[in-house]
Ligand binder design. Structure first.
Ligand code: NAP
Ligand code: 3JM
Length: 349
């Protein structure tokens, strides 16, 4: 990095659940910004957003928005990324994309800096930020894989509504009030806004996140499966996922079963690796009821791991409970960390 270099940064989707967090984290990390452009839809154009104490006017995102931009952080949905990321790249920007639009493109690095930061160097203008559920899982599994090998992962998720945007957050609030007032709960957003049926999430658990694919898995489950193999450079790793939406506002939790390669690994050895891993905090003491929960992880930057225990039937099997704020490490923080790594290592080009 050139000493004291500053960059023109655009945030697309700046008014959304993810975009709002991205702006907070850029501020908190004192990202080297020369000029900041905040972009959203026509609906928001002309309104203002506060950044570092200044009012910044929101602009409608168009292909021309990216003229002179060095780094563009995208979180306005997959179709908008498909349309505007190539335009931003044409104008010379490096795009960090938070949607699923480019994640499995072989030409696009898919990065969790604690796991595969070096992949950023191979970008051709677009770097993809993984799905929130994938990020926290691979961050915790990386130190285990490095020390003991990893053959299989079976994960069940307990995901917060904020992963489905501001509309889903409002829906859980409204349904909760309706239920407590003994009114009928209205469901229009979850499990998937564009799908045929909608079910209340309040006081419920929905085993559908994103739409179904032909193999019986949802797209969210297929994202976890495919993205995990790509980020860990492990095509041979067996991964299965069941993704469930819960009436929780913030933080995804995951019950994860793993099979390591090495014989006779102990829980204490796994603890030791997790304790020294970047971005991971071990909270595991059953005797004192210590373990992470969605509320305890909310607004924190780390991925929290607890309940590490040996499987009772498979000597190479272990169970873990992994919790992290889905909008922080699961989305905005990881995006900003990718941009920071690109800047610090001179990987913007
Ligand atoms: P959200 O709260 O619904 O916000 C959507 C944002 O996109 C708003 O800023 C909205 O602007 C903007 N937008 C919508 N249509 C647009 C258009 N035609 N042109 C420009 N901007 C437009 O959703 P969110 O939860 O922040 O998620 C946004 C996207 O980020 C998702 O669709 C998903 O692809 C991605 N995401 C990724 C992760 C992850 O795990 N990495 C997690 C959650 C979401 P207005 O306010 O003007 O409508
Ligand atoms: C999280 O394209 C869209 O409408 C957004 C769908 C979406 C995604 C996605 O596929 O990009 C909503 C919430 C994600 C994600 O991170 O994969």
């Amino acid at each position: 990095m050139t000493e004291n270099a500053k960059y023109n940064v655009a945030v697309l989707g700046a008014t959304g659940a993810v975009g709002t967090k991205i702006l907070q984290i850029l501020e908190k990390k004192n990202f080297p910004i020369k000029e900041l452009k905040v972009l959203a839809s026509k609906r928001s154009a002309g309104k203002t957003i506060q950044f570092n104490g200044n009012d910044i006017t929101i602009e409608e995102a168009t292909p021309e928005s990216f003229k002179g931009i060095d780094i563009a952080l995208f979180s306005a949905g997959g179709s908008i990324s498909k349309k505007l990321a190539p335009e931003a790249v044409k104008h010379g920007a490096v795009v960090v994309d938070n949607t699923s639009a480019y994640r499995m493109d072989p030409d696009v690095p898919l990065v969790v800096p604690e796991v595969n930061k070096e992949d950023i160097a191979n970008h051709n203008g677009i770097i993809a930020n993984p799905n929130c559920s994938t990020i926290q899982m691979v961050a915790a599994l990386k130190p285990i894989k490095d020390s003991f090998g990893l053959n299989r992962v079976i994960v069940s998720t307990y995901q917060a509504v904020s992963g489905a945007g501001d509309a889903a957050i409002s829906e859980l609030k409204n349904q909760t009030a309706q239920f407590l007032n003994e009114e009928e709960m209205e469901a229009n957003v979850l499990p998937v806004k564009s799908d045929e049926k909608h079910y209340p999430v309040a006081f419920n658990a929905l085993p559908q996140i994103d739409v179904f694919s032909d193999n019986g898995y949802t797209l969210e489950e297929m994202k976890m499966i495919n993205e995990t193999k790509k980020i860990m450079h492990a095509d041979e790793l067996a991964v299965a996922a069941t993704c469930v939406r819960l009436p929780v506002f913030t933080s995804h939790a995951e019950s994860v079963y793993i099979e390591v390669d090495k014989e006779n690994v102990t829980v204490e050895e796994i603890w030791k690796e997790l304790k020294s891993a970047p971005g991971i905090k071990l909270q595991d003491n059953p005797a004192e009821q210590v373990y992470p929960t969605p509320l305890s992880a909310a607004d924190k930057e780390d991925v929290f791991v607890g309940r590490v225990r040996r499987d009772l039937d498979n000597a190479k099997g272990f169970h873990l409970w992994i919790v992290s704020d889905n909008l922080v490490k699961g989305a905005a923080l990881n995006t900003v960390q990718i941009a920071q790594a690109a800047v610090e290592n001179n990987w913007l080009k």
